[in-house]
Write a protein that binds this ligand. Structure first.
Ligand SMILES: Nc1ncnc2c1ncn2[C@@H]1O[C@H](COP(=O)(O)OP(=O)(O)O)[C@@H](O)[C@H]1O
Ligand SMILES: [Mg+2]
Length: 367
């Protein structure tokens, strides 16, 4: 899969941009605050429906403009296009091949991307929210129905929490909690099963990658840490365990008007040679672990969809040492990659067969 053309109108600091990309490596370089990440962001929005930097769509519209447009033309089996229209005060509109899509779930999985920026160290260092987001974005792209289940799960969760809250004033409504437990476990079991299989799958790839980058000195272990315990990963068994866990927690759930068990409390644990990466590993080991995770993400998407996603590398090279840069460049060779960097000295490293170098200055391409 590769992007052929990016067209932007009044998006961030771009009044107008129309640029063709090559199949290989595309490097956007320039000083800080010129609009390099904005390009990556526009592609990411066409891929997932959301920005990786802000929840507020209005921030994406160019100052003093009323609306913005992103159009990405890409080739999969055939030529396709995604258009995103943003207008002040109106919900964003999405089109695929000119036809309106009404749900983000219909968009995700078309233009598949893997994004990697220094900010993604959060996956390693921060709380479980970042790690759940990491899994959810990947699974939403490759597993039909995953995103839908997740949205339904979160909706049901909110309704169950509302009920717990209302039960404080009127305990008789607790009679209906079983209905919510059943529904929550129904959506939740599908999510847990998909996450379980995903982690099993990437665990080996990540371990193998990490082992090679660390010159066979380190063993990385990626472990799923589900909030609900279950014996085997059949959907039926998970659902039953989930319902039991909900029933066992009802007192504390009621006390806090919160649901304490479920995939919204899941985590992934990372270990290097048996010790937890988040707490005990050096900065260098954490970077290698992230690189290994990101490479396993690429390989997983390729395995599941039969196609390599588009790789978006925002300012990552300056953060990696030579060894890790070399390893990443090995990967770039086979797939379309969009790189941003400030330092031109790195450019020579990227010279694969097909490379396009683009200078960005003040929201414009300068040649
Ligand atoms: N909605 C907007 N309208 C106009 N300019 C914006 C908007 N949002 C961000 N910018 C500008 O975009 C620039 C940052 O772009 P970015 O792509 O993050 O830079 P970099 O080249 O460092 O990656 C800043 O100059 C910022 O002021
Ligand atoms: Mg940037």
């Amino acid at each position: 899969m590769y992007i052929k053309r990016i067209e932007l109108k009044n998006f961030r600091n771009y009044k107008e941009l129309d640029i063709n990309l090559c199949k290989g490596v595309n490097i956007f370089y320039g000083q800080n605050a010129q609009g390099k990440t904005n390009i990556i962001e526009s592609i990411y929005i066409a891929s997932t429906g959301k920005s990786h930097r802000t929840q507020k769509d209005m921030e994406l519209i160019r100052w003093n403009s009323e609306n913005a447009k992103i159009k990405i033309e890409y080739q999969k089996e055939k030529d396709e296009s995604i258009e995103i229209y943003l207008s002040k005060g109106i919900k964003k509109q999405i089109k695929k091949n000119g036809v309106r899509l009404f749900k983000i779930g219909e968009l995700i999985g078309n233009l598949n991307t893997v994004i990697f920026s220094p900010d993604h160290m959060k996956i390693i260092k921060d709380g479980p929210v970042e790690r759940r987001r990491f899994i959810d974005i990947i699974l939403s792209q490759v597993k039909p129905g995953y995103y839908y289940n997740l949205v339904q799960y979160l909706r049901t969760l909110e309704q169950r929490n509302n009920l717990l809250n209302e039960a404080k004033m009127n305990s008789s409504i607790l009679k209906t909690i079983d209905i919510w437990n059943e529904q929550l476990a129904d959506f939740g079991a599908k999510i847990i099963k998909a996450r379980h299989e995903f982690i099993c799958n990437i665990c080996c790839i990540a371990a193998d990658t990490h082992n090679r980058i660390s010159n066979e000195k380190e063993k990385l272990n990626v472990k799923y840490h589900p909030s609900v315990e279950y014996c085997n990963n059949s959907e039926k068994e998970i659902k039953e365990s989930f319902i039991k866990a909900l029933e066992n927690c009802i007192r504390i759930d009621m006390k806090r008007s919160l649901t304490h068990k479920g995939p919204h409390r899941d985590d992934i644990l990372l270990f290097i040679n048996g010790t937890e990466v988040k707490t005990y590993s050096s900065q260098g080991q954490q970077r290698t672990a992230l690189l290994s995770l990101k490479i396993s993400e690429l390989k997983y998407i390729k395995e599941e969809t039969g196609e390599l996603p588009v790789l978006l590398l925002d300012d990552v090279f300056s953060e990696l040492d030579r060894e890790r840069q070399k390893y990443l460049i090995e990967f770039i060779k086979d797939m379309q990659t969009i790189i941003t960097c400030t330092n031109v000295e790195y450019l020579e490293n990227f010279m694969v067969d097909e490379t396009k170098i683009i200078k960005v200055e003040g929201g414009m391409i300068v040649t």
